[in-house]
Design a protein around this ligand. Structure first.
Ligand SMILES: [Mg+2]
Length: 337
């Protein structure tokens, strides 16, 4: 049960003035967010009320976006922070083959944070919510002693028994990824190398405005094409290892098959290491039995076969001479040096 964004008058009175103003502003902005017939009661009551249609399972995911870990105030425009905050949750729903219904946002904000930052953050978040018909149905606010903390909860749904799990991969299944990899981490490398240089968010769209692969994930689920799926949030090497662990299998991937992102200005192709270990691309990785015909693209997003599932444990990376080496999970550890 999740508390709706505090609306009742007595809650208002108990709050310091800035917080009252903050919540009023969030509610004002959220008016642009169309209510869903699945949510007869959203922001403003003690709880949101949700109608999940019969013959569906609910999907629930939560993700933190922490200043200094997932974003930097001087690197990321507030709209991008809001967009990426919601993408984290929507991408998890996509990875299950589901469809998002409602989002709940809890914010802890430093007392001296300008209101304009919050307004721009909410605009970025709500633009993405509107695009995918997700209702912001509640949340909470508090003052943070140190840095901005945003916690997003996304509730989704999937036809009963159709959720695509990490545990369904079997030896012989082929491994596919959507889109291209490493484009998000490349932006971080660029920012770390030259902290004083501003980079243009448009040259690194997968970092600043990643689109969750909702339509593609839903189609894979509906057509029962995928045996296992995960979203690439931590990096290919780490996320593929999660699928292998949960399925009790190993994997073999081809270095030459990995679709590497082209980013920056002038455009360059990211290095293999960045594509293998860079996180936060929010593409999907899935496996499918050999006999399933997988289209080369779904919902306008290219799909690339990168290897196959094998018996045993561990991931083998084959180089261009078909020589294998063990690929250790080295998923990108956010902004750690
Ligand atoms: Mg995930």
């Amino acid at each position: 049960v999740v508390k709706a964004l505090q609306g009742p008058a007595y809650n208002y009175r108990a709050m310091p003035r800035p917080e009252k103003a903050l919540i009023a502003e969030i509610r004002r902005l959220a008016k642009s967010n169309k209510p869903s017939r699945l949510i007869p009661t959203g922001i403003g009551d003690d709880c949101a009320v949700l109608h999940i249609p019969p013959n569906h399972d609910s999907l629930v995911t939560t993700d933190f976006s922490l200043e200094g870990i997932h974003f930097h105030r001087d690197w990321h425009p507030p709209e991008s922070v809001g967009h990426r905050c919601l993408t984290r949750g929507l991408s998890d729903i996509a990875a299950m083959g589901g469809q998002p219904v409602a989002a709940f946002l809890s914010l802890a904000l430093p007392g001296d944070l300008p209101q304009s930052w919050v307004t721009r953050f909410m605009r970025g978040l709500l633009a993405l919510a509107n695009k995918y018909k997700v209702t912001l149905a509640g949340g909470d606010t508090a003052e943070s002693p140190n840095g901005i903390l945003a916690d997003i909860l996304v509730l989704g749904m999937v036809p009963k028994g159709h959720a695509i799990l990490r545990s369904g991969a079997r030896p012989g299944d082929r491994i596919y990824v959507t889109g291209t990899l490493g484009g998000s981490a490349a932006a971080i490398h660029e920012l770390q190398a030259r902290p004083n240089k501003k980079i243009n968010p448009r040259d690194y769209p997968r970092h600043f405005h990643p689109e969750p692969r909702l339509e593609l994930g839903r189609i894979l689920g509906e057509k029962r094409l995928a045996s296992a799926m995960i979203d690439l949030s931590d990096g290919l090497s780490t996320d593929l290892a999660h699928v292998c662990e949960e399925s009790g299998v190993g994997a073999e991937i081809e270095s030459t098959a990995i679709p590497r992102a082209k980013v920056g200005k002038p455009k360059y192709e990211v290095k293999l290491d960045v594509a293998l270990h860079g996180g936060e691309d929010y593409e999907l990785l899935f496996t499918a039995p050999r006999h399933k015909r997988i289209p080369t693209q779904i919902a306008g997003v290219p799909i690339t076969q990168i290897g196959h599932i094998r018996r045993g444990r561990g991931i083998l990376l084959m180089n261009e001479h078909s020589k294998g080496s063990k690929l250790e999970p080295q998923g990108w550890e956010h902004f750690r040096r």
